[in-house]
Each structure stands twice: as C-alpha cells, then as structure tokens.
Design a protein around this ligand. Structure first.
Ligand code: UDX
Ligand code: UDX
Length: 468
C-alpha cells in the first residue's frame, strides 16, 4: 500500500517557499504544512495577525494566508521539531552565486543547501522524501544524498531512517506567483524512486491536471530548470540587442516585437525590450550554466551563454549614456526622478534590479535622485546601493538619494525622469500636472515603453523611449 503524506516541512520561507507552501496548503487540507526559516524576523512577519505585513508582496497571496494560516499552514523557526515530524521536506533556501573561492562569481554557493541537508540528516525520522525546490547545479541531488546518508541510519527513537531525493524545480515568476502556482504550464518531478515520485505527483493532482505533470530522471529535471531560465533570459537579451539597432535605424522595437511574436514558432512572450533582466534567478542560473559548461570543457557553449549576460549589462550602460547625452553631458548637481526600483512590476523584490546599477552610476556622476516605488521601502533601496558610493566624501547634498512617497514629490524640480520598472500606474501619469512641478527643459527616459508619449509631449516634455 502506498504511504500517505500527512506532514510537509519546507526549509526557507522566501519568495519561493512561502507562496508555494501556501498554495499546497490551500489545496491539500489534510496535509499539515510547516514552513521553517532561520530568519526569526521573517517568520514573525509571516505570523503577523495583520496580513498586510507578510514579508512578500504577491497578488492573491494574502487571501490564501488568511484562509490557511493556523489551520494547516504554519510558520516557525523550530527546524528540529518540524523536520522530525515531516514525511516530505522541501528545500527552498537561497543559492546565491559564490563570492569567493573556486568558481567565485559563477558557481552557486550551496552552503545553505548543504546545511539544510545536514539538519535533515540529523533530525529526520523514518522514511523521508526530500524535494529540491531551490534551483541547483546539475548533480546537486548526488551531494544531498551523500550528506543524508552520512549519518547513522537509526533515528533518535531507534527506528531505521532512509531518504529519497526528488527534484521539483519551481517555475513561478514573481508578481504572478499565485497564478503560476495555481495554473502551472507544467510541473516537473525528477527522481529515481517511483514510489517517492508518485507521492509528490499525488499532491499536485489535487489541483493540477495529470497531463501537465512530467516525470524525468533527476539530472534532466535539474538541467531543465537552468535551461528554461537561460532561454527566457536569452530572449530578453535578444530583443534588447535589437532595441539598440532600432534606435540607430529608425525602426520601432514594439512594432518589431509584435511582428515577430505573431510567428507561432517564435511566440509573443518575453519579447518586451527594457532596461535588462533582473530578479534572483536569471543571472545566477546563467552563471551557473556557464560554470558547468566550463567544468565539462565546453568552452564554446559557455561563451555562448555568457554573451546573454554581457548584453544585459551593456543595455544598462546604454541607458546611462543616453541620460548623460540628453542632459547636456553632465548630471552633476542635477535632480533626477527614478520611477520604479523593483526588478519588475507587482513585486517588492529588488534583487538584481536594473535600477540598482542605473542609480549607482547616476550617483557616481553626481546626481541627486528622488526614487519612487509603490512597494519598495527606503531601507531596502539603501541596502541595495553600494555602500562605498554612499560613504564617499562626495556624498553630499547632491550625490544622494531619497525615497519619494508620491510620483509628484519625486519629480519636484527635476531635470529628468527615468522610468525603470513597468508598474502599470506609470502609464496613467497626469503629465499636465507634473509639467508644473519639474524644471524645464525636462527629459523623460522611458526604458519600458510605458509612458504615454503623446500626453508627455503635449505637455512640453522631451521624451526618449528605448528602442524607438
Ligand atoms: C531561493 C533561491 O534563490 C532560488 O534559486 C530557488 O529557486 C528558490 O529559493 P527565494 O525563495 O526567492 O529563492 O529566496 P529567499 O527569498 O532568499 O528565501 C530563502 C529563505 O531561506 C530565506 O528566508 C532564508 O532565511 C532561508 N534560509 C536560508 C534558511 O531557512 N536556512 C538556511 O540555512 C538558509
Ligand atoms: C523567472 C522565471 O520566469 C521563472 O520561471 C523562474 O522560476 C524564476 O525566474 P522572475 O525572475 O520572477 O521569474 O521574473 P520574469 O517575469 O521571468 O522576469 C525576469 C526579468 O526579465 C524581469 O526583470 C523582467 O522585467 C524582465 N523581462 C521579462 C523583460 O525585460 N522583458 C520581457 O519580455 C520579460
């Protein structure tokens, strides 16, 4: 008879672990889901009676938390307790790029995955299924297995203990996480043991159609996640490279995107030119792919993928150049408004946001920045900006930034407005009202084609739109 999964533990209450477990809890009322994290402050926020305070902003998440929290969804820092009770444990801790040692700048730092595996190995009881949720280098499952099996095979209640490792990469995108989890294009489960695979399949079958659940071997599953992100990032770099050509030739990137996207073989998604991709995954995963290719001696392949990152960086440099050029070659002492700081709309996540690099460069050039973002806080912005820039002696009245509470406040007395994030509100800005607040002549730099150009021009703004 097949075992039942009654208790799930997820290590890591982040952007992936939190929403994923909330959706599992919603659809599997008979399963107790415990999300654990070493970060006490984060767990406290998840437990805040006021659900507007949960640490992650995702449309639809709050409602699910209200429905499930305290019933079959729980947030805790007690790793030992919840690991020992779990039939299935998801590892959803972060895997940043290594900053030192071998593979620095490219390889993933697996120290937290390793730490999780060690804790599981120590505290788990009986037969436990381990699910890799974090995006990991191919063959990490092997490492996890080795660590799990390195402890004695008897648990602290003198029962035999054993482990099965599955790979179940998460394809959710931030800002649409709940919808992506509720209606996934596919669910991918890699593993070697059919029983363990089937137990995880059963969980997803509570809300996902059978045809959408793919099972593969472990390595295919791990590599598919890296490849999916690399392909998506590559599309963004491809369209961004063409945006530069459009500017030189008089073509319009939005018209080109539309024309090529109507070809079914190409498809219309991920063809929006912009300031380059951000987010916690694309850069990290491509670096990781590059590292793996180098490791296996596939230099041509690693060079190929590295180019996707180079174009991404170049796109941001191009935007900074454009700002300088239009503002008479210098921005020293000039005020600029930054619209949007998160890496894309509908999220408060700023990891790898193109806004970081752009703001840093503008600060180095001596500008004073008023940053507006509907969801990102001042302290979060501050933690992103290189502290060397803030601490320099030149960081004075001019070379500094502040957080503006409204768009109106952000644009007071500015010479330029740079739209970086595609927040929908930016498309509805009342340019007549803003034209009275800025210093003329004022330039708008629209890196996302989100600004109403006709309205802006009608109100005497100069406007540069990326890719046209
Ligand atoms: C992370 C990875 O970045 C991504 O590659 C993977 O696909 C999923 O996990 P995310 O959820 O966005 O994505 O990360 P983050 O929001 O940083 O959350 C990770 C959480 O793990 C943090 O809250 C951190 O405190 C916690 N953690 C980390 C532990 O609980 N234990 C550890 O040992 C390390
Ligand atoms: C991505 C993957 O989509 C998801 O499957 C994976 O699990 C994690 O990484 P995410 O980083 O949340 O998700 O956001 P995504 O919507 O993919 O956007 C990534 C970046 O590309 C953003 O900065 C976005 O603004 C940019 N982008 C996306 C474009 O510039 N143009 C586009 O057409 C699409």
């Amino acid at each position: 008879m097949m075992r039942e999964i009654n208790n799930i533990c997820c290590i890591g209450a982040g952007y992936v672990g939190g929403p994923t477990m909330a959706v599992i809890a919603k659809h599997c009322e008979n399963i107790q889901v415990n999300v654990v994290d070493i970060d006490e402050e984060r767990i406290n926020k998840w437990n805040d009676p006021d659900t507007s305070k949960i640490p992650i902003y995702e449309p639809g998440l709050r409602e699910i938390i209200e429905l499930t929290r305290g019933k079959n969804l729980h947030f805790s820092t007690d790793l030992k307790k919840h690991i020992s009770k779990a039939d299935m444990i998801f590892i959803s801790v972060n895997t940043p790029t290594k900053t030192r040692g071998r593979g620095a700048g490219k390889a993933s730092d697996l120290k937290w995955v390793e730490a999780s595996a060690r804790q599981i190995s120590e505290f788990a009881k009986g037969n436990t299924i381990i699910v890799e949720k974090s995006t990991l280098p191919v063959k990490t499952a092997e490492t996890i297995k080795e660590i799990l099996n390195s402890q004695k095979s008897i648990d602290f209640e003198n029962n035999f203990k054993s482990f099965e490792v599955l790979s179940n990469p998460e394809f959710l995108a931030e800002g649409t996480a709940i919808n992506d989890l509720e209606n996934p294009d596919r669910v991918l489960i890699g593993g070697e043991n059919d029983n363990a695979i089937n137990l995880l399949v059963e969980i997803y079958l509570n809300w996902v159609e059978k045809e959408k659940i793919i099972t593969t071997n472990l390595w295919s599953s791990e590599l598919s996640k890296l490849t999916a992100n690399a392909f998506l990032a590559q599309r963004v770099s491809s369209i961004n490279s063409i945006s530069a050509l459009c500017e030189s030739t008089g073509a319009d990137i939005n018209e080109v995107s539309k024309a090529i996207g109507m070809d079914k073989r190409i498809g219309n998604l991920f063809l929006k030119a912009g300031p380059g991709f951000g987010g916690s995954c694309f850069k990290k995963d491509i670096l990781n792919l590059v590292y793996i290719c180098e490791h296996y001696g596939l230099k041509e392949v690693s060079n190929y993928w590295e180019q996707v990152l180079k174009i991404n960086e170049w796109q941001q440099k191009r935007i900074i150049q454009k700002v300088l050029e239009k503002l008479f070659g210098t921005i020293t002492g000039k005020k600029l408004a930054i619209l949007g700081f998160s890496f894309k709309a509908n999220t408060n996540d700023t990891r790898e946001s193109p806004a970081i690099k752009i703001c840093e460069e503008l600060l180095i050039e001596g500008a004073k920045l008023n940053i507006f973002d509907p969801k990102v806080t001042y302290s979060q912005i501050k933690s992103c900006i290189d502290s060397n820039i803030i601490q320099t002696d030149n960081y004075n009245e001019f070379m500094c930034f502040s957080k503006a509470e409204t768009i109106q406040k952000a644009v007071e007395g500015v010479d330029g407005i740079i739209a970086i994030t595609d927040w929908e509100d930016f498309s509805k800005i009342n340019w007549e009202e803003l034209s009275k607040l800025v210093r003329k002549p004022c330039w708008i730099f629209d890196t996302r084609s989100i600004i109403n150009k006709i309205e802006a021009e009608k109100n005497n703004f100069n406007i540069w739109q990326l890719g046209s």
